[in-house]
Design a protein around this ligand. Structure first.
Ligand SMILES: [Zn+2]
Length: 283
């Protein structure tokens, strides 16, 4: 079976993007697997440190590996926003396909140093590393607050130049006005900045915080070279609303009946995203 790098390259050449869907429950995982199978799309399954710790990294790796072989579909695992170096190394050791090191709170020098160290370990096992330059604000939830992005939060082109040269990182998460979470007012994306980053970086460019961004904006960033888009909040919102709705049925006690309905609702949302990213029929 082809690896993640193959699909990222293909997406880059053909101008579409691979979705990353985060999960922390079995019905979410099953929904992602079903959609990958049904729409013939490569999918990156994301787990944040919190999500991974909840389900258990060993369990996650086993479940994904088994599903990948059982259904013969390109499912890839990514540790999302890894900050704890022990946890990142554990993901590499257990067989995640890629790890994202979120060094946004460090100085550029420190970010480069740690990213290099992780790449050395990861590449020995053919695992990709996603670096990050700039700070992507917000949390993966629905909020009525307004989020303010400062100029220093955005990805600096000169930092990217130094970072990619010194680390040879595989993928790069950019901060171009994107935020985590769905907020009352979503900021505008800076396409000019994305173009400037693209000019000096041959890496696979990643957009975090895909939830809540208008479809036409998503299409634009793909046209400008984004090859991976992360979705989490919208899946969480559907999960919560859907679960709440079906729990109202006072006569139903079987978890697998209730959760199957939740799973179906999640699948519809995921399918929408797959068509938006045009990653269907790419196996
Ligand atoms: Zn993120």
């Amino acid at each position: 079976m082809k690896d993640l790098k193959y699909y990222l390259k293909k997406a880059k050449e053909e101008k579409w993007a691979i979705p990353q869907f985060n999960f922390s429950t079995i019905e979410q995982l099953k929904a992602i697997i079903n959609v990958s199978y049904k729409l013939k799309t490569p999918v990156i399954l994301g787990t944040s440190e919190g999500e991974a710790s909840y389900l258990g990294m060993e369990e996650i790796v086993s479940l994904v590996k088994i599903s990948k072989n059982k259904y013969k579909i390109p499912l890839f695992l990514n540790l999302d926003h890894g900050k704890n170096l022990d946890l990142i190394k554990k993901a590499i050791f257990l067989g995640y396909d890629s790890v994202h090191f979120d060094g946004s709170s460090f100085s550029l020098t420190e970010n480069i140093k740690i990213t290099r160290e992780l790449i050395k370990i990861a590449h020995k096992k053919n695992i990709l590393v996603e670096g990050e330059i700039g700070s992507i604000k917000g949390e993966s939830q629905l909020s009525s607050k307004k989020i303010k992005i400062l100029k220093q939060d955005l990805t600096s082109v000169s930092d990217v130049e130094k970072f990619v040269k010194e680390t040879k990182v595989d993928s790069l998460a950019v901060s171009i006005g994107n935020i985590h979470g769905v907020y009352k007012k979503m900021p505008k994306l800076d396409l000019k900045l994305l173009k400037d980053i693209k000019k000096i970086s041959k890496n696979f460019l990643v957009l975090h915080g895909g939830s809540g961004i208008e479809n036409k904006e998503i299409k634009k960033v793909i046209r400008e070279g984004i090859v991976k888009i992360n979705f989490n909040t919208e899946i969480r919102i559907i999960w919560k609303n859907s679960l709440r709705k079906y729990l109202k049925n006072k006569n139903e006690f079987k978890p697998y009946k209730i959760l199957n309905l939740v799973q179906n609702d999640i699948e519809k949302k995921l399918e929408e995203k797959v068509y938006l990213l045009n990653s269907n029929n790419k196996l």
